[in-house]
Design a protein around this ligand. Structure first.
Ligand code: GLU
Length: 525
């Protein structure tokens, strides 16, 4: 510890009188009134203008932990890096959570939820540390820090501001005043008393107890350029006063854990339970090796792309959830649970490394998901997607809701035989595009048996029931000496342009008399 600063000097150092004492902050943000065992979790993104699928994965873990314990999940915007700020970045985050129906509960009592609006809190805590000699103003300039770094590199020392390199660690009040009188604005640094020869034991709820060398770096708590906190200090203040019980964050923060434990201990506060999650990986198509999903190279890592491509949000959530809770798939298939929200998972099961995000597997979840939707919901989802992301062709497909509904009703009446060829809303529309004359592409490769089509037209009656219709096909085949299937195939390709479709009779019923005759007729011509 060093000598604490007097209140007048703290005021000068911080550029204003601290608004609260620690006691006042404790009262202002009292422990939450929640049932025992309730988790308070948060998603705390820095607004970068991009919502990574890994972010959604974290949101899901956080919101699920809160939901299944009767707790609270909040969204905190970590916008303290004013240099990195991107326009609309926060809206992108909010919209993504919204699109996936992931709700957060930012009750005003513990807000504000933008770190840039919580300066009063950070400065009040910093003032307390300055008064206790646990922090100090540091007047090192960027150039001076660069020199220190160069010296450390040359000597083979770890870089950073610590012990003898921490020039301003023990400045006297007079020296501090002299700097301030020259108009210098300090950063506030931790007065670290850690000794790297000793180890600190930290806890990760999944990894268990991990020991690290103690931290001896005098890390910046409050930055000099804008008076905003660093991530570390904001984490300390916010997760304490927002009464977070569980911090779920990326494994890249694991190495900061000893520092965070040090900060919580210094304050005499109980640290939250930490869960450091694995990155989401993929198998690299070229090397076959597993690697992190990259924001730059993997379009599927961008949640906005998944939405624009029309992946059912529920399927994405179910798939991500199954990564966290591998028993979910079986429970769902057995019908033991209806959705991820009924399945209780254990945080201990969250994978610590190598979590794989595989588009093929997502496809499976999507097909299963769409197959369970009642037709009106399927239609609603497809329309909602097309309105938001579709082009003029999609607009044409959704313009007649009744026709679209009949098209999408094909092979959905028998629960044992529901078609499973729909994957995304976008692909669903393109899969059935042949139902619309403007989108239908006639098959020019297929060698039609025009006699068979001629015969078909001469006996076709849209009012025939399925048996009558089929008997007519059989009769044509017999007459021409071909297989029944050949006649049906000719008809199928003539009507749809494809050799593989759902039930042909149903297709014709939906297309209607005029369209059937016109398509078959145009081939015979
Ligand atoms: N803003 C930090 C990040 O985006 C949050 C880490 C945390 O959840 O504490 O990585």
């Amino acid at each position: 510890m060093r000598n604490g600063l007097k209140p007048e000097l703290i005021e000068r150092v911080l550029g204003g009188k601290p608004k609260y004492t620690l006691d006042e902050l404790e009262k202002k943000f009292p422990p939450r009134d929640l049932p025992e065992g309730a988790f308070v979790t948060r998603f705390a993104p820095s607004p970068t203008g991009f919502m990574h699928i890994g972010g959604l994965y974290q949101v899901l873990i956080n919101s699920k932990l809160a939901q299944q314990t009767g707790g609270v999940f909040m969204l905190r915007i970590e916008d303290t890096d004013t240099k990195r700020e991107v326009k609309d970045a926060v809206q992108i985050i909010i919209d993504s959570l919204d699109a996936f129906g992931l709700k957060y509960n930012n009750v005003p009592e513990y807000g504000p939820y933008y770190q840039s609006q919580r300066k009063d809190v950070y400065h009040s805590v910093a003032a307390d540390l300055l008064a206790k000699g646990l922090a100090y103003p540091c007047f090192l300039t960027a150039v001076e820090m660069e020199e220190i770094r160069a010296r450390q590199n040359a000597a083979g020392f770890p870089t950073g501001i610590y012990s003898e390199f921490a020039r301003d660690r023990d400045l006297t009040e007079e020296e501090i005043i002299a700097h301030l009188d020259k108009g210098e604005v300090p950063s506030i640094r931790l007065y670290s008393m850690g000794n790297p020869e000793q180890r600190i034991f930290c806890k990760d709820a999944v990894r268990g107890s991990i020991s690290f060398p103690e931290n001896n770096e005098d890390l910046v708590l409050i930055k000099s350029n804008d008076g905003l906190p660093t991530y570390h200090f904001a984490h300390l203040c916010d997760d304490h006063f927002m009464r977070t019980t569980h911090v779920v964050r990326g494994a890249e923060w694991l190495s900061s854990l000893p520092l965070h434990y040090q900060l919580f201990r210094m304050m005499g506060w109980t640290p939250p339970l930490y869960i450091h999650t694995s990155t989401l990986d993929k198998l690299d198509a070229e090397t076959g090796k597993q690697r992190k999903l990259s924001k730059r190279h993997d379009p599927e890592s961008n949640v906005a792309n998944l939405l624009a491509d029309g992946w059912p949000t529920n399927a994405v959530l179910e798939y991500l959830f199954n990564i966290i809770a591998s028993g979910y798939e079986e429970a769902k298939l057995k019908g033991a649970v209806k959705s991820i929200w009924d399945y209780e998972f254990r945080p201990k099961k969250i994978p610590m490394s190598g979590a794989l995000f595989d588009m093929k597997k997502l496809e499976w979840w999507a097909k299963e998901n769409i197959a369970t939707l009642p037709v009106p919901e399927l239609v609603k989802s497809v329309i909602a997607w097309a309105q938001k992301y579709g082009d003029s062709m999609h607009a044409a497909q959704i313009s007649d809701v009744e026709y679209l509904t009949s098209v999408l009703s094909i092979e959905r009446d028998n629960p044992k035989r529901i078609r499973k060829d729909f994957i995304t809303w976008k692909q669903t529309l393109s899969e059935v595009a042949y139902f619309w004359d403007d989108l239908f592409v006639a098959n020019t490769e297929f060698e039609f048996n025009k006699d068979a089509l001629n015969e078909f037209l001469s006996t076709f009656d849209i009012n025939d029931d399925k048996d009558t219709w089929w008997n007519k096909i059989v009769a044509i085949a017999t007459k021409l000496g071909v297989k029944n299937g050949d006649v049906a195939m000719n008809l199928r390709v003539a009507l749809t342009g494809r050799t593989n479709t759902p039930d042909l009779y149903s297709i014709m019923q939906v297309m209607g008399d005029k369209r059937v005759k016109q398509r078959v007729g145009s081939i015979i011509k």
